[in-house]
Design a protein around this ligand. Structure first.
Ligand code: HEM
Length: 446
């Protein structure tokens, strides 16, 4: 019964397991199909013994992420597989999350992010020069990771970290977020029941801990607040179990910052390739503002079209494509009962493509984000989530994205290999389905 005495309806259930079987190679299509069938209605997805609610309507998103947020916690079948990696801090929920958020939120001030951006500009330029081999085929995800990962590691874990440790962390994180993807499709399998990928996952955590704990000890011994780990050491000084708490936040933030950024920036290149007129505008702006580089912080405010391009990029390809929550107490959304203990799944990927809220939703069009542009529902666009758990890094990400894209395009033009549309693959983040490759040719000759 609802609060007003009107009986609540049961959600319509869609035969999702059949769609998944039909789209076994591209499960993301099964989600798109379900969203089209639901058309904004709150539905359940029949996955055999598991029947999560699918939430796509912006009003419902607002209810779960903001209005009744404490009732929808980050725990349960989707989060538990990653808990040994992410720990009990900022990417968990409840008291551990609240304590971490209280420490981290004031750290990520505009002033701090700007200071990071200044250091980042130098690091990114240096890495692009080191990583880009012009004229040779490059694996796009590898190149993005080779630029972004060391940048974030040096900013967060300190400039003195060794290259060997940086090199160990990247594949360990990669394994950490992908090795247990199979559990996303089999969320009803208990954690104690072994599945392929579990061993690799454990090894990845061991490698990450081997690198991160010594950095915590080093930062504490040295003092100061030159990097994020030093700031966290200061904030948690004298707290029982501080090492573990700092480790959890460092690993969670690092994971949140790198995996999402690499994924987002991997999509830049197939999108430029598929939209020559938009690419021409991007190139024109970078040529005009930055010339042949290097990109500095002063250029970033002038890269207005590129900024719109990035906003549109994370609309169509939001790296955090799926946000699952567990329902604490039975609730009602729009007259539909949402049962305690069940899972609700929000998806920026699906909401950002709803024809009810977006004009030409599948068309890549940066102009949607022009200043004074369309008036849209506040919760129709949430690539960085919303409410109390809203991402801490949107500004940092934007600065990093502009530095990396403009840094590469100031010198080079991409030539993509392969043809046809690129589809996303199912993992905790929305990565392109296949290994994408491109050749970067000098811009002066393109
Ligand atoms: C393209 C880049 C990024 C995207 C799309 C993204 C997206 C998101 C999303 C969707 C969430 C909410 C997850 C959930 O509650 O289920 C989140 C949380 C978070 N993100 Fe980001 N993120 C990005 C970059 C970054 C960066 C650069 C940082 C670095 C500081 C960061 C730090 C965090 C943290 C700490 C949280 C947890 C906040 C909390 O629960 O209180 N993210 N992010």
């Amino acid at each position: 019964m609802s609060v007003a005495g009107v009986p609540t309806r049961q959600a319509r259930t869609l035969p999702f397991v059949r769609s998944l079987a039909r789209h076994a190679r591209t499960p993301v299509h099964a989600f798109e199909e379900a969203s089209a069938q639901a058309s904004g209605e709150l539905v359940r997805l029949n996955m055999g013994p598991f029947r999560p609610y699918l939430i796509t309507h912006p009003d419902h998103v607002q209810h779960v992420l903001k209005t009744n947020q404490p009732n929808y916690i980050r725990a349960g079948m989707f989060w538990d597989p990653l808990a040994p990696l992410l720990g009990q801090g900022i990417l968990s929920d409840g008291e551990g999350w609240a304590a971490s958020r209280k420490i981290l939120q004031p750290v990520f001030t505009a002033r701090y992010v700007n200071s990071l951006t200044e250091s980042m500009a130098g690091i990114v330029t240096e890495l692009i020069d080191a990583v880009v081999a012009p004229g040779r085929p490059l694996d796009i995800a590898e190149v993005m990771s080779a630029v972004i990962h060391p940048t974030i590691v040096r900013l967060f874990l300190g400039a003195t970290i060794s290259d060997a440790d940086i090199d160990r962390l990247a594949p360990a994180y990669d394994t950490g977020v992908t090795a247990r993807s199979i559990r996303l499709l089999l969320p009803f399998v208990p954690q104690r029941f072994p599945l392929p990928g579990d061993g690799a996952f454990k090894n990845a955590i061991r490698t990450i801990d081997d690198v991160v704990y010594p950095r915590i000890h080093y930062a504490r011994a040295r003092g100061g607040d030159a990097d994020l780990v030093s700031r966290l050491c200061r904030a948690r000084e004298g707290e029982p179990g501080a090492d573990r708490l700092i480790r959890d936040d460092m690993v969670a933030i690092h994971g949140a910052a790198t995996e999402t950024s690499v994924t987002a920036l991997t999509w830049v290149w197939p999108v430029l390739d598929a939209h020559p007129a938009i690419a021409a505008k991007v190139y024109e702006e970078i040529d005009r503002v930055v010339g042949r580089g290097p990109v500095t912080m002063a250029h970033l405010a002038e890269l207005t079209y590129l900024r719109m391009f990035v906003d549109e990029l994370v609309r169509l390809y939001p790296p955090g494509w799926i946000l699952p929550r567990t329902v604490v107490r039975t609730d009602e959304i729009d007259g539909v009962e949402v049962a305690a203990g069940s899972t609700v799944v929000l998806s920026p990927f699906l909401t950002h493509r709803l024809p009810e809220f977006w004009d030409r939703p599948l068309e890549f069009d940066p102009e949607r984000f022009a200043a004074g542009g369309a008036n849209r529902h506040r919760y129709a666009y949430f690539p960085f989530a919303a409410g109390p758990h809203v991402c801490l890094g949107p500004h940092l990400f934007l600065m990093e994205a502009l530095l990396v894209i403009a840094g590469i395009l100031a010198k080079y033009r991409p030539v993509l290999h392969g043809s046809g549309p690129v589809t996303p693959r199912l993992a905790s983040t929305l990565r392109p389905a296949t290994g994408l490759t491109m050749t970067l040719v000098p811009a002066s000759r393109a």
